[in-house]
Write a protein that binds this ligand. Structure first.
Ligand SMILES: [Zn+2]
Length: 83
């Protein structure tokens, strides 16, 4: 996915702040008034920063299980053929 800067405005001072995808949902500070802000997650972006890790872990594990099953199957089939 291409890096699309997302712009929002500081609640305190109205400073326009642009963030990149990786910063969605992260805590930061306004560059102007230094107030603590949480970068909003734009509609449709589906909190990429927040859900990326669990999704990756799940899919990686599923891939591992699939590979293990396939390898086991190949092993069993290979053994069977040899025997
Ligand atoms: Zn501000």
């Amino acid at each position: 996915m291409a890096e699309t800067p997302f712009k929002f405005y500081c609640d305190e001072c109205g400073q326009k702040i642009s963030v990149r995808e990786k910063q969605y949902g992260m805590k930061s500070n306004c560059p102007n008034c230094k107030v603590a802000i949480t970068v909003p997650v734009p509609e449709g972006a589906d909190s990429i920063a927040l859900e990326e890790t669990p999704v990756e872990l799940t899919s990686a594990r599923e891939t591992f299980i699939l590979c293990a099953v396939l390898m086991l199957g190949a092993l069993v089939a290979g053994v069977y053929v040899v025997m």
